[in-house]
Ligand binder design. Structure first.
Ligand SMILES: [Zn+2]
Ligand SMILES: [Zn+2]
Length: 251
């Protein structure tokens, strides 16, 4: 059985809901982040529970239930209903299917929610972002009350998003190292596609460090980005440029 009932929440609406502290809690965000990163944006509640070292998936299901209730309250949408009239709360943010053979019941993030999540929190560099979240988030949790904690986090994400946009506006979507441009090569489907490399490793950035969008962020293509991170202390943009130039001269 595949559960894919439509609900009336657009990407824009999800953006609002994700940014609204009275709807989306810190814990909800962590769960969404985990599912977002999972293959196919799909994970079962027991997989999520075990990742967060919860002894049982019960509390997690309850958490999603509460989240969905707040979403329904805020938006006035009609949530998916079972034949017996009860509400299928998990089905508000997720699709799902009963994988009887594997004994799994995976949830899949709704596409609109995936897009909203990217819009609000950005698709930052994987490795960097983890350190960034863990170290900073723990500090937040210790230092701030519930309301403040949420807004601090949102502000930081918002700052990063703005920095990213400023960087792209300044440099465009062309690799700073090799000049590769997705749109030139792939046509319209490649529009606005590029990686953003953080020059200052985020792990080293202090709590109140403000990212300089022109110095700290550089658009690079995925190939050059792989080379940059091919050693523990990443290569600089200039170093990779020199490597590339050396190769071209040899050829
Ligand atoms: Zn490149
Ligand atoms: Zn990078």
């Amino acid at each position: 059985m595949f559960y894919n009932e439509r609900i009336n929440i657009s990407t824009e609406k999800w953006c609002e809901l994700l940014s609204e502290g009275s709807v989306t809690t810190e814990n909800d965000l962590r769960v969404f982040k985990f599912i977002y990163k999972a293959p196919n944006h799909e994970a079962s509640s027991s997989e999520i529970a075990s990742y967060f070292e919860m002894p049982h998936y019960g509390p997690l299901n309850l958490q999603i239930w509460r989240f969905s209730e707040r979403v329904v309250q805020k938006t006035g949408i009609k949530p998916p209903i079972r034949k017996d009239g009860s509400t299928r709360w998990w089905h508000v943010p997720f699709l799902g299917y009963d994988d009887k053979k594997a004994g799994r019941f995976p949830w899949i993030m709704r596409q609109e929610l995936v897009l909203a999540f990217e819009e609000v929190y950005g698709i930052e560099e994987e490795g960097h972002e983890d350190t960034f979240l863990d170290a900073d988030l723990v500090q937040d949790l210790q230092q701030h009350s519930e309301g403040e904690k949420k807004s601090t986090l949102i502000n930081r994400y918002e700052r990063n998003r703005q920095a990213r946009n400023a960087c792209l506006k300044h440099y465009g979507y062309t690799c700073r190292i090799c000049g590769f441009n997705f749109e030139n090569v792939y046509g319209p489907i490649g529009k606005n596609k590029i990686h953003i490399h953080h020059i200052t490793p985020i792990a080293k950035i202090g709590h109140n460090y403000i990212v300089d969008p022109f110095k700290d962020l550089q658009p690079v293509c995925p190939n050059c980005h792989t080379i940059i991170h091919s050693k523990r202390d990443p290569f600089t943009i200039e170093e990779v440029k020199a490597i590339l130039k050396g190769q071209r001269n040899d050829a």
